[in-house]
Design a binder for this molecule. Structure first.
Ligand code: NAI
Ligand code: MG
Length: 347
């Protein structure tokens, strides 16, 4: 099994290095690794954020472990050359349409949540975010109004096939969990959301064992901090899912804790922390590597058939937290590599 390591920019290489140490410590036979440049790193070396070598490695690999992309030095480049285009390009080129973002409270970490302990401790939810459509991929541009004003636009669109396949992913996920699915949209004002809701209701007839509910996204944002324990699986579009998952991350302690899997229809996946390249702390050894370590666990479980090894990593993370290991984002002083050491010791 070939694993592509794409560390990327900023804290990406720092957190991927810790995840690699954890994978190495498990000594799983038959795993091979190749790494490649992506994002700003790809641009600086090859003039493109997603160099052809990197894309072809990603295609060949059985799974991809991704750090983060984003480099302030690239902010003035035209959009197609910006680092962020690399992750959008990988998601699109590899048809990674289903993004699973679990948010579960490690009980040891309830003190780091911004929520009251009893509210935080009830969090065990999964956000299923559509990843190949919505405003991120619609036609976009800059034009002039009749009055000569500059006007930016991004077309939000979804077709039925796109909604249907993510709905199936979400219903299957809910079936494997507590059987509750909440579809989040803005059907009171958006046509895309009306279609979204119609199709989700249609797909629901194939999953009568799952209880489906609907919520407008503004209410969902409020409910996520009021009573997150009510949610099992949330399914939503690309933009709403992006925002709600950053919010959910803080409910479980830190954006440095949330892992994700982006899967195609055959279970091939790209695994990455939900956070970005954090240029404000890059190169200082401050980043929390747990989101990436937990992403490696998801990779073992979903793409490499190593559920037991995944369980071991997750248990080791819990043990490290229980022993008091805390990076700065969790209110501690530990460095990135010291947190990696703590997980290795717990393994
Ligand atoms: P960000 O997620 O990089 O950082 C937001 C805040 O959270 C910062 O204060 C950062 O220090 C902190 N943070 C993030 N990860 C952390 C970790 N592991 N440990 C401790 N603290 C952590 O989001 P931001 O600042 O909006 O974006 C920075 C760059 O990353 C931009 O270029 C953006 O486009 C890119 N980005 C890339 C993503 C990806 O590669 N998938 C996702 C999100 C943003
Ligand atoms: Mg985001």
């Amino acid at each position: 099994m070939l694993i592509a390591l794409l560390p990327g920019d900023g804290i990406g290489p720092e957190v991927v290095a810790e995840a690699k140490r954890v994978l190495d410590a498990l000594a799983i036979p038959g795993l091979a690794y190749e790494d490649a440049l992506v994002g700003g790193a790809g641009y600086h070396e090859y003039g493109h954020p997603l160099p052809p070598e990197t894309l072809s490695l990603a295609r060949r690999a059985d799974a991809i472990l991704f750090g983060a992309v984003g480099d302030p030095r690239c902010d003035t480049l035209e959009r197609s050359l910006r680092p962020e285009q690399a992750i959008l390009g990988l998601r699109k080129e590899l048809n990674l349409f289903s993004n699973l973002r679990p948010a579960k409270m490690f009980p040891e970490l309830a003190d780091a949540s911004t929520l009251r302990r009893e509210v935080a401790e009830a969090i065990d939810l999964l956000i299923v975010r559509e990843l190949n459509g919505d405003v991120y991929f619609g036609e976009k541009g800059m034009r002039r109004t009749e009055d000569g004003l500059r006007e930016g636009y991004d077309i939000m669109s979804y077709n039925e096939a796109e909604v249907r396949r993510i709905a199936h992913s979400a219903f299957r996920a809910a079936r494997a969990r507590r059987g509750l699915l909440c579809s989040v949209d803005k059907a009171n004002v958006l046509e895309t959301s009306q279609l979204w809701r119609d199709i989700v209701i249609e797909v629901a007839t194939e999953y009568t064992d799952v209880a489906l509910s609907h919520m407008y996204v503004d209410n969902a944002a409020m409910q996520l901090v009021r009573n997150p324990g009510q949610f099992d699986v949330i399914v939503t579009g690309n933009l709403f899912g992006d925002i709600l998952s950053d919010q959910a991350s803080m409910c479980v302690g830190s954006i440095g804790m949330l892992a994700s899997a982006s899967l195609d229809a055959n279970g091939k996946g790209l695994y990455e922390p939900i956070h970005g390249s954090a240029p404000d702390i890059a190169g200082q050894g401050k980043a929390n590597p747990l989101a990436t370590i937990l992403s490696a666990a998801m990779m073992l479980r979903f793409s490499l058939g190593q559920a037991e090894a995944a369980d071991r990593i997750e248990a080791a993370v819990g043990k490290a937290l229980a022993s008091g290991a805390r990076t700065a984002d969790l209110g501690g002083t530990m460095s990135t590599s010291a947190m990696g050491d703590a997980v290795l010791a717990a393994l």
